[in-house]
Write a protein that binds this ligand. Structure first.
Ligand SMILES: [Zn+2]
Ligand SMILES: [Zn+2]
Ligand SMILES: [Zn+2]
Length: 154
C-alpha cells in the first residue's frame, strides 16, 4: 500500500504524458497543494504556501507553472472580481470535484457548492444542446458563479 502515498499516482499523471509535458517538482508540488485545499489560491497565495517547504521555487516559477497547468487543463483559472486570478484543481476525468461557486462581493469569500447541482445539470444540458445547435459550437465545459453577499456580510 505504500505506493498509494507516493506522489505520482493521481488522475493527472496520464494527462501530462498525453500533452508531452514532464512532471517537474514545481508542477507536482502545486498540484499536491491544490488537491489538499478547498481554497481558490492566487499565485501569491500559492507562492507563500510552497516557498516555505520548497525555497527553491520562486514566484516566477509559480506563475509560469500555474499557467502551464491551466493550459493542460489540470487547473481552472478564475477571476472572481477582486483583481487577482485564482486557481483550483480542475475536475477529474469522472467529474470529481465538479462544483459551482458563490462569490461574496463584499469580503470576496468564495463558496464551493454542489447542492442543487442535479437540478442545474438538467437545465444546463438543455441550454448546452440548444446553444451548440444554434451556434454550431462544441461545448465541452462550463463554470458557474453566483455573486452576492455571504451570511456575514448581508
Ligand atoms: Zn456544473
Ligand atoms: Zn462576505
Ligand atoms: Zn471552487
Amino acid at each position: 500500500m505504500r505506493h498509494r502515498h507516493r506522489s505520482g499516482h493521481q488522475w493527472w499523471d496520464g494527462r501530462f504524458r498525453g500533452c508531452g509535458y514532464r512532471i517537474t517538482v514545481p508542477r507536482q508540488v502545486i498540484l499536491d497543494a491544490l488537491s489538499k485545499t478547498n481554497e481558490h489560491l492566487s499565485a501569491e497565495d500559492m507562492y507563500l504556501k510552497v516557498h516555505k517547504i520548497h525555497p527553491g521555487i520562486g514566484l516566477t516559477t509559480v506563475y509560469r507553472t500555474l499557467e502551464i497547468l491551466v493550459g493542460i487543463g489540470l487547473l481552472s483559472k478564475f477571476d472572481f472580481g477582486d483583481g487577482r486570478a485564482r486557481y483550483e484543481l480542475a475536475e477529474g476525468p469522472k467529474g470529481e470535484r465538479h462544483h459551482h461557486h458563490m462569490v461574496c462581493t463584499s469580503c470576496n469569500r468564495v463558496i464551493d457548492y454542489t447542492d442543487f447541482i442535479d437540478e442545474e445539470k438538467d437545465l444546463l444540458n438543455k441550454a448546452e444542446k440548444g446553444l451548440s445547435k444554434k451556434h454550431n459550437f462544441k461545448i465541452n465545459g462550463h463554470s458557474i458563479q453566483f455573486y452576492g453577499l455571504c451570511s456575514k456580510c448581508s
